[in-house]
Design a protein around this ligand. Sequence first.
Ligand code: ARG
Length: 644
Amino acid sequence: AASLPASVEALSLQSTAQKSQFANCFPTLNPMDIYRQHIAEELAKAADIDAQKIYPRIAWTSTLDKGDLSLPVASLQIKQKNPVELAKELASKFPASDLIHPPTPLGPHIQFFCKPKPLTDNVLGRILKEKSAYGTNGNQGQKDPFDPSKGQKKIIIEFSSPNIAKPFHAGHLRSTIIGGFLANIYTVMGWDVIKMNYLGDWGKQYGLLANGFKYFGNEEALVKDPINHLFDVYVKVNRQVSEQEGPIKELKEQIKAKKEKSEDVAELETELAKLVDVSEDEKARRYFKSMEDGDPEALALWRKFRDLSIEKYKQTYARLNIDFDVYSGESQIKSESMTDAYKLMEQAGVSEKSEGAVIVDFTKHGAKKLGKAIIVRKDGTPLYLTRDIGAITERDNEYHFDKMIYVVAAQQDLHLAQLFKVTELMGHKDLASRCQHINFGMVRGMSTRKGTVKFLDDILRDVGDKMHEVMKKNEVKYSQVEDPEKTADILGITSVMVQDMTGKRVNGYDFNLDAMTSFEGDTGPYLQYAHARLCSMARKSELDVNELVNANFDLLTEQHAVDLVRLLAQWPDVLLQTAKTLEPITVLSYLFKMTHMLSSSYDVLKVIGSEPDVKQARMALYASARQVLHNGMRVLGLSPVERM
Ligand code: ARG
């Protein structure tokens, strides 16, 4: 599993594109582009329309019964023609073709169906040769698709971003899954992707944690399990804080009452000052102040917590096939970046003083919905938003990115909108326009069997255990799995991820352990099962996989086989579409469509027991399906299993 992220990168290595007369047309990468090109050229000749106008309008179809490609004729903007009539007219003018059947007009559309033989030869031939590269399009991420020397476009994807010593909650889980997926999509589209984790690793709570560690900490426990141990310490010291809050509050009330009666409060005030002075909250404030002032000892302890936590996070991320290029965080933002930002805001007349603090009142700058935001507190300290403002400019200066995506829960919609608006108001309009917030809804009820969840590892362990139980039920198969624990772990992770990627990102969902680990319905285990079954079929066929490309594809005449090929032909278009929607469901629903088609094909297109040449041709088809399923699963961040 450790080598997985690297091999996703290998997916984007492309043979050089052949130049076409059409923009965004890559016949060497995408079989459907051959057809688009053919249709545009033939229709242009036959009906005397500019081929350049036709080409970009030829769309892929969401279901195969609508054709392999379709042209909404209204989009050609031919005046004074009724689209329904025009569709009929153009379809009838289309000349006989070796590649496609005579087109069918349907309402204002023309549907094009590929002739099976050339499509099958092309698609299966490609998949069996290109393997994991099939469907990827490295040219999309090049500054100039036909001149690699111009370099790749660069994108920063900031995701996961948990807070040290606090629970890794469902929001972080979703950000991790979606962010990992986005990184894969941009990678296979040929972008230079920087995966960044922006840790919550700074603030008064680290003062609290450091002091807490002196009372409750244990070196050994820290090294062994830093994330859980630091969380324990944090909970304990927070308990002290709340215990101390009571008496302090009481004294404050007494003082208030006495003051109202104009009684002397000097004595009580001294008492209060003493209480506050020795309180954990105040100690934490002082400790954090020393961190801000660069006290080496304070920083060393904080760095140790941070480093150990990152080490641990890395192991967990590896289970999800994710490795970050940069562990940044709130602590890493230079104070100069923030002061520079204040200056710019002041010069631009964006910020203003309000009760000792510096604020931005968005309502005065054409953004009513964004309300007001504090930029600098009364005591001069920066906030979450302030650090993000510093971070956005630092990243721009350091990486010169073409695009940056923040994968953060919808609860922070306002925060990100304020960040982008401030950036714009500060005079960095171009920078703001290169940034995008990819948000997502909430997961409800994420808990382990033992109770509410604290950390990702707890969840993954639980789902893994559950899958292990399921696997044990089939003794024969179970005995053939090489490392059942590992497989159960992968299946568990797949369950969680597939559940998360089912449905659009903005929708929340209920965390449901039973549903996600079931083999019924469109679940992770079902997807893995479909892949494992194709692997098993290949093993049992005892055919040489390297010879499959030489099979006689003419024997694949059944409708099931033809439709499967047509679906496989769509994969490059599905990836292109996904690069637009940035929704995992675009890939996932395609993969489930394929698994459904496969399971209805097994009885019709038998491998075992068929004539040798038929057997080889069908196996070539199934091996191609397995390859595309594999490619799709990898883009989603899953590890396809060969046995389960
Ligand atoms: N650590 C934050 C949290 O847990 C998420 C950070 C999101 N990214 C950002 N640049 N603000 O809420």
